[in-house]
Ligand binder design. Structure first.
Ligand SMILES: *[C@@H]1O[C@H](CO)[C@@H](O)[C@H](O)[C@H]1NC(C)=O
Ligand SMILES: *[C@@H]1O[C@H](CO)[C@@H](O)[C@H](O)[C@H]1NC(C)=O
Ligand SMILES: *[C@@H]1O[C@H](CO)[C@@H](O)[C@H](O)[C@H]1NC(C)=O
Length: 132
């Protein structure tokens, strides 16, 4: 029995160390001109070091996919106008995207991809924007 428990503990530790998970709100409804936060939290089992993290947010409408934000190894950050990430929050495993003053052009499917060293995970969020 004891032997079994020890083995189980080792197994769990190993599988956790290799896993990165992204947690999103899959569907968000917003009103036009509102500021909207697309939540994207990731789990981490090692000490977070911004130098090893890449965050990519893309926006897809139909077959067309465009980059919204890219945060690259702590030394490069670029977001299209009206969108932002918080570097302070990324260091707390929160890669949420803030969209200011949304319009119908912001409707569509968003992906939040987090890469930490060789681990990679993606979450998808669908944003609907309706008039007042
Ligand atoms: C968003 O709106 C749709 C259609 O109006 C509704 O079915 C859905 O429950 C809403 N989702 C949320 C998260 O409010
Ligand atoms: C994540 O970061 C955003 C700012 O980018 C903040 O508004 C939100 O409260 C944070 N979420 C959590 C769970 O800390
Ligand atoms: C939001 O965008 C609309 C045009 O789409 C503009 O008229 C309005 O001033 C903007 N509001 C803010 C707070 O930037």
């Amino acid at each position: 029995m004891n032997y079994f428990l020890v083995e189980l503990t080792i197994f769990c530790t190993v599988s956790l160390a290799a896993s990165l998970e992204v947690v999103v709100d899959p569907a968000i409804n917003a009103t036009i001109n509102e500021d909207v936060l697309l939540g994207c939290l990731f789990t981490h089992t090692v000490q977070l070091d911004l130098r090893y993290i890449v965050i990519e947010w893309n926006h897809r409408v139909g077959d067309d996919e465009k980059a919204v934000c890219l945060f690259d190894f702590g030394d490069y950050e670029s977001c299209r106008s009206g969108s932002s990430l918080s570097i302070n929050e990324i260091s707390k495993a929160n890669a949420s995207l803030l969209l200011k003053n949304v319009t119908i052009h912001d409707i569509g499917s968003y992906s939040c991809t987090v890469t930490i060293l060789s681990d990679k995970a993606t979450g998808r969020v669908t944003l609907a924007v309706t008039g007042e």
